[in-house]
Design a protein around this ligand. Structure first.
Ligand code: SF4
Length: 329
């Protein structure tokens, strides 16, 4: 579930997206660079590519309509068990289970499951419980909550959304509001006074720091950029030249000389940019560098003027770097 701050961040993107690509046909036919540009800043760029690929498959194989069968959904790029279960139950009221972090927390507490939910066996059990509950919902015991400010199309939809909301708002990781919880009388963790210790999640892998040096190189009103290759993280997005520099003693001047074959004619430090990708904690130290115009460049680099840079889909870190350059201009 999106948190309030995430919702505020996502809505402007969503509005822009819906204005330009309001339906499957327009998304299927859009230029891939435009799709990435509209997605810029949201991260998880594979999702944008999968979304367009899905639209293209729907346009060709499903007459532009989204399939109702979960098996057909699972054949679409980027749609797995969770997403197909969410669409099947919430949009079509099918008895399909879903299991996200919030539901895992609710179920492990409700049934006092004291094993790591990421273990395959425990995870399978949680899926079974989620399935059991959504199947039960089809018996019609759950009221349709038509008065709520979002659409609930039936009991399976209501059940899965209720579990997600309960986990997000009541059965929270810290300080769960058990006294107000509608499931309190059924909850085994509450009865056994074990709420705080569940779910038993093993410690996550340690984070790894990675250091990069980036160069914002300008020549005759144009900037040096490159496109990230297919298969890499943030594939097809654009960035300023940057190089990993984890060894001590590797100065920006040395990196510049190693990469471009010449000593820089002065490097002006810009603000350090920090960001994370999975377990990696990246520190990007950018420098503005002049260019003589005589040095030989590798083929991967291209020059782009400011207007063209604005139109490109940059990675989030390099969009922040570009904003610094614009604000200093
Ligand atoms: Fe979660 Fe407490 Fe409700 Fe149990 S009683 S489901 S621990 S909020």
């Amino acid at each position: 579930m999106l948190q309030q701050t995430q919702v505020k961040t996502v809505i402007p993107y969503w509005e822009r997206w819906m204005q330009e690509l309001p339906d499957i046909k327009s998304l299927a036919a859009a230029r891939p660079e435009r799709v990435l540009k509209l997605w810029e800043g949201l991260g998880y760029y594979t999702r944008a590519r999968n979304l367009q690929r899905t639209a293209q498959i729907l346009a060709v194989e499903h007459r532009g309509r989204f399939p109702r069968k979960q098996a057909d959904m699972l054949a679409l790029p980027g749609i797995g068990r969770y997403t197909s279960g969410a669409i099947s139950s919430i949009a079509f009221n099918s008895p399909a289970p879903i299991l996200d972090g919030n539901i895992v927390r609710v179920l492990t507490r409700l049934f006092a499951i004291a094993r790591d939910p990421r273990e395959p066996e425990t995870n399978a059990r949680l899926w079974q419980l989620a399935e059991y509950l959504v199947q039960k919902a089809t018996s019609g015991n759950l009221p349709a909550a038509g008065s709520l400010p979002f659409v609930i199309s039936g009991p399976c939809s209501a059940l899965n959304q209720s579990l997600m909301e309960l986990g997000a708002l009541v059965c929270t990781p810290k300080l769960p509001r058990c006294r107000e919880c509608p499931l309190r009388s059924e909850c085994q963790a509450f009865a056994q006074n074990r709420v705080e210790e569940l779910p038993k999640v093993a410690a996550r892998a340690k984070t790894t720091p990675r250091n990069f040096i980036a160069f914002a190189i300008e020549w005759k009103g144009r900037w040096l950029l490159r496109q990230r290759p297919a298969g890499a993280v943030n594939a097809h997005l654009w960035e300023f030249p940057n190089f990993e520099a984890n060894q001590s003693g590797l100065t920006p001047t040395k990196v510049f000389r190693r990469q471009f074959g010449v000593k820089p004619d002065g490097l002006k430090p810009l603000e350090v940019i920090r960001h994370s990708i999975t377990r990696y904690r990246m520190t990007l130290r950018p420098f503005r560098a002049p260019w003589q115009g005589t040095e030989k460049l590798k083929n991967e680099f291209v020059w782009r003027n400011a207007e063209e840079v604005e139109a490109l889909a940059l990675t989030s870190a390099h969009r922040k770097l570009w904003r610094q350059l614009v604000s200093y201009a």
